[in-house]
Design a protein around this ligand. Structure first.
Ligand code: ATP
Ligand code: MG
Length: 267
């Protein structure tokens, strides 16, 4: 990682974005990230550009509701794939610790070798137990192939599942199993975003640390107050606010600020 950081000048205007890409490429060569994951990241980057590469107000609302739901959960599970492990692994382990939640490796392109590597990385960050490596013996109904496999002691047992960069099919299948799903997804129009109970439209790199902070903040609230946060939350409304945020931002750029932006780019 240090070598990568040295090879990209800090002064580069897209420094953080380039470092993130390098981390994923490194994860790819290490066998943690699949090539499809690199493409998925590109789709995410595009939406990150549209929201201005920062956590926007509707995402903050979703993070608050997500923290409340996770705190009220009987058995919360954090589902981790290759991209998430590389981009937010350390914060995910912290989130699991503050919540007392389980972590499960859950892969769309599942191989045992990759699951082992992801679990190893999470353990290096301090995770004590990682489900989903050799114990993914239950199948989510309707999902054929190894992508539908989950652990009986992890996602299978969960009442609330946090997923990131998830596929729409699987999100819907988890909901059909009666689970509450919290999704972190930069695309407010993905099937995942549209079918989750709570959708955090933000980069997983920013969202997970914010979620940790929020859980710490709400940890001492009583159950009734946490319930109130959840019952006053409306995911459809939050998605609408997100689309309006993007719409207003683009409109303001097009109408007033494009000249300024061109100047800032330095042409
Ligand atoms: P869906 O199956 O839900 O319709 P999709 O097929 O468009 O989504 P997938 O490849 O299944 O996309 O899932 C990847 C999702 O993760 C995309 O919606 C993408 O925008 C999002 N994504 C990519 N990188 C990040 C990131 N760093 N943080 C949050 N979301 C991301
Ligand atoms: Mg998909």
């Amino acid at each position: 990682m240090e070598e990568i950081e040295h090879s990209i000048p800090r002064s580069h205007p897209r420094y953080h974005s380039l470092i993130t890409r390098e981390r994923l490429v490194k994860g790819f060569y290490e066998g943690i990230v699949v090539p499809q994951g690199l493409i998925a990241h590109g789709r995410g980057e595009c939406f990150d550009y549209l929201i201005g590469e920062k956590t926007i107000p509707p995402a903050r609302k979703a993070i608050r509701a997500a923290a409340a739901l996770l705190l009220l959960a009987r058995y919360p599970v954090i589902s981790v794939n290759g991209n998430t492990a590389v981009l937010a692994g350390k914060d995910i382990v912290e989130l699991a610790k503050v919540l007392g939640a389980a972590i499960e490796v859950n892969l769309f392109y599942r191989t045992r070798e990759r699951a082992v590597k992801i679990a190893k990385l999470l353990k290096m960050y301090g995770a004590e137990k990682v489900y989903g490596v050799d114990d993914a013996t239950m199948r989510i109904p309707g999902l054929e192939h190894p992508r539908g496999l989950v652990s009986p002691n992890g996602i299978w047992k969960a009442d609330v599942v946090l997923v990131a960069l998830e596929d729409g099919d699987r999100t819907q299948a988890l909901r059909k199993l009666g689970k509450k799903v919290i999704a972190i997804d930069l695309n407010p129009l993905s099937r995942t975003a549209l079918s989750a109970d709570i959708t955090i439209v933000d980069n997983v790199i920013r969202a997970v640390p914010l979620l940790v902070e929020e859980v710490k903040k709400l940890k001492n609230m009583d159950k009734i107050q946490l319930q109130q946060i959840i019952s006053s939350y409306n995911n459809l409304e939050v998605l609408r606010e997100t689309l309006n945020y993007i719409f207003d931002r683009l409109k303001s750029l097009a109408e007033n600020n494009l000249k300024q932006l061109v100047k800032e780019v330095g042409v």
